[in-house]
Design a protein around this ligand. Structure first.
Ligand code: ATP
Ligand code: MG
Length: 457
């Protein structure tokens, strides 16, 4: 009762949206668009989320323009179910926020609105304009990279600042028309991923577009158009200027796309991997490392395609493992004992990596836990195997061990032993344990009157 009352009060406190000001065709900026009817584009409405349709309906009923835009329309045209839906509108974030009770404005630079329906969130953005105008909030670096770009515009301007023609399509669920400003529908039908405008200029504005091109082409089976592909190798170094956290987000998308293996080899082919995973450069050049990374990426792709969960921490642990191995050996040669040497290697590798591409802390913690448990799989006597089985990271570390065995780094027998040990009952486990060959530690005396000589070790 009280909840309902509060909801009503809350609802009525949202002011009704004021009608949009812009209405003439030129100002609304749809003049140059092709309007493609459903009998041509044949989008299957069953693939569209109800929440997305409710959002465009809500906006349109309030008198605004609203379209499903970007990757979702592209995926619908390719007969794939989009994983998320973005909406573009001429309503401002405040106007959108007033229309939907369960919505909130997010972002300081790029102000967007998240509209919530059940557990689904629809992202609504206001049409954005060109950064080249002198109004509003925009800034360009000397290299041509756009540092800030937050100017409202009309729909045509919104389309031209998107990256690929296939990503600049607008679908209106009520008229069922696709608005196409840059021949994106024809490009998709021809299987081509083409940059809007001059590719080199667009990569300079935002070097991440090079990675997006490689990723989307592998994921969607679209071929990069020749002029779109050509400048990539020459401009690869521009990725050095991109903030490490943004690179991480993009690389995570790439590795979790279900086409990681293909994408990684495309990155190499275009010389894009140098700035990203500096350590991966080296790994891919060693036969054993390359084999390990390939098996790991194939394994990730299989899991993504089977809709099984994938752990980014595990993934990055595999990508950097052979570098950890090298550094581990180096520290041992310098006289460190094995376990401290491993931990020094782990820190060194993750520090070098984070200068280029910052792996989020929550993932790097998992990554280090997986690495840190590896030496414990070699201990198969006494109580140690039992306590390893109890470790919360055992499963991930065991899966990692199996990859090491499969790649030839460790004998297959070790992985098989752990598989069998985990399944065995108490009696069987006892017969599997190996004799304890570790040298006996000198017992410390506990008597307070005779403090151990080793205390403080
Ligand atoms: P995915 O299927 O991986 O989500 P996507 O194309 O939808 O691919 P998003 O990051 O969700 O990727 O971006 C949504 C839309 O925003 C894109 O389709 C594109 O129109 C635009 N966009 C995203 N990143 C850029 C960029 N770097 N430059 C220009 N436009 C971009
Ligand atoms: Mg998307």
């Amino acid at each position: 009762m009280i909840k309902k009352l509060l909801q009503r009060v809350f609802q009525s406190s949202k002011k009704p949206a004021s009608p949009p000001v812009v209405k003439d065709a030129r100002a609304s900026g749809t003049g140059n668009a092709k309007r493609i009817p459903s009998k041509i584009h044949r989008i299957d409405r069953k693939l569209i989320s109800h929440a997305a349709i409710k959002t465009t309906d809500g906006l349109q009923k309030a008198g605004f323009e609203a379209f499903i835009v970007g990757g979702a329309v592209r995926d619908l045209l390719l007969k794939k179910r989009p994983k998320d839906f973005d909406i573009a509108t001429n309503a401002t974030p405040e106007q959108v926020n007033r229309i939907f009770r369960r919505s909130r404005i997010i972002g300081r630079r790029f102000r967007l609105v998240h509209v919530m329906f059940g557990d689904e969130t629809i992202e609504v953005s206001t049409f954005r304009g060109s950064h080249l105008g002198d109004e509003g909030d925009s800034k360009v670096a000397d290299s041509g990279r756009i540092l800030r770009d937050n100017v409202f515009g009309n729909q045509e301007e919104d389309a031209v600042r998107r990256d690929f023609t296939a990503n600049a399509l607008y679908y209106d669920p009520s008229s069922e028309e696709v608005l196409d400003f840059h021949n994106g529908v024809a490009d998709i039908q021809a299987g081509i991923l083409r940059m809007i405008g001059d590719p080199a200029t667009r990569y300079r504005e935002d070097p991440v577009r090079m990675l997006r091109g490689v990723r989307l082409s592998a994921k969607l089976g679209l071929k990069l158009d020749a002029a779109t592909e050509k400048p990539i190798s020459q401009l690869a170094d521009l990725l050095h200027d991109v903030p490490p956290s943004r690179l991480f987000d993009e690389m995570l998308k790439l590795f979790l796309s279900g086409h990681a293996l293909e994408s990684a080899s495309a990155l190499r082919q275009h010389g894009l991997h140098h700035g990203l995973l500096p350590l991966l450069d080296v790994v891919l050049e060693q036969p054993m490392g390359e084999r390990f990374v390939k098996i790991a990426l194939k394994n990730t792709d299989d899991r993504v395609l089977a809709e099984k969960p994938v752990s980014p921490g595990f993934l990055f642990a595999t990508l950097l493992w052979h570098e950890v191995l090298l550094a581990w050996k180096k520290f041992e040669k310098q006289g460190q004992r094995p376990i401290p040497a491993l931990h020094m290697a782990m820190d060194e590798v993750s520090d070098i990596q984070s200068e280029k591409m910052a792996i989020h802390k929550r993932f790097s913690i998992t990554m280090k836990e997986i690495w840190g448990l590896q030496p414990r799989f070699e201990q198969r006597s006494g109580k140690r195997p039992y306590s390893l089985l109890e470790n919360p990271r055992y499963r991930a570390a065991y899966d990692f061990l199996l990859l090491r065995c499969e790649s030839g780094e460790l004998p297959e027998e070790l992985g098989q032993w752990w598989t069998a040990f985990a399944l065995a009952d108490g009696e069987q486990r006892l017969t599997m344990l190996q004799p304890d060959t570790t040298p006996k530690k000198r017992r410390r005396r506990r008597s307070p009157s005779k403090p151990s000589a080793n205390a403080g070790d």
